[in-house]
Write a protein that binds this ligand. Structure first.
Ligand SMILES: NC(=O)c1ccc[n+]([C@@H]2O[C@H](COP(=O)([O-])OP(=O)(O)OC[C@H]3O[C@@H](n4cnc5c(N)ncnc54)[C@H](OP(=O)(O)O)[C@@H]3O)[C@@H](O)[C@H]2O)c1
Length: 131
């Protein structure tokens, strides 16, 4: 059995990852800010109250999981805000960069001691370039 840790699991693609992996009999650690009813109903291990954009929050996650082995880390949490070159919102770009690029490195660094040799780190984010 493989242990997967997934971020951004209360809805969307992250919730779907949890559902499908659990159905396959894998061990799922679902990380989120606030668990949804759908996530709670899956019966997987939930680590809630975690904002991937916060150093303190991610340090708390690592503390909670000390001693756990994570075979596959899926960095899924992310935000998509549409910007055009004509109406660029720099705060939006900065926010997306922080969540979609920096936060996954924060999570990966914090959890690295729990990922064994041969473990996998998956990045499922989006590019935030203006369209
Ligand atoms: N759907 C697409 O077509 C598409 C295409 C390309 C890439 N992606 C990427 O795939 C990933 C999932 O997409 P999705 O469609 O499932 O998105 P979604 O429905 O918007 O879900 C995003 C998830 O990320 C979480 N999240 C956002 N910011 C967070 C933060 N600071 N800390 C903790 N969790 C945070 C959200 O939690 P809250 O509910 O607490 O906000 C939510 O669980 C994202 O990274 C997205 O950029 C999606």
């Amino acid at each position: 059995m493989t242990t997967y840790l997934i971020t951004g699991t209360n809805r969307g693609i992250g919730l779907e990852y949890c559902q499908q992996l659990q159905q396959k009999g894998e061990t799922v650690i679902a990380v989120c800010r606030q668990p949804s009813e759908e996530l709670k109903n899956l019966g997987v291990q939930i680590e809630s109250g975690i904002d991937v954009a916060s150093d303190e929050s991610v340090a708390e996650l690592a503390k909670r999981l000390r001693g756990t082995t994570i075979d596959v880390l899926i960095n899924n949490a992310g935000i998509i805000e549409t910007n055009s070159l004509e109406n660029l919102e720099f705060e939006s770009l900065e926010r997306q960069f922080q969540v979609n690029a920096v936060a996954l490195l924060r999570v990966t660094k914090a959890l690295l001691p729990m990922i064994p040799r041969g473990g996998k780190i998956i990045i499922s984010s989006n590019d935030s370039s203006p369209r």
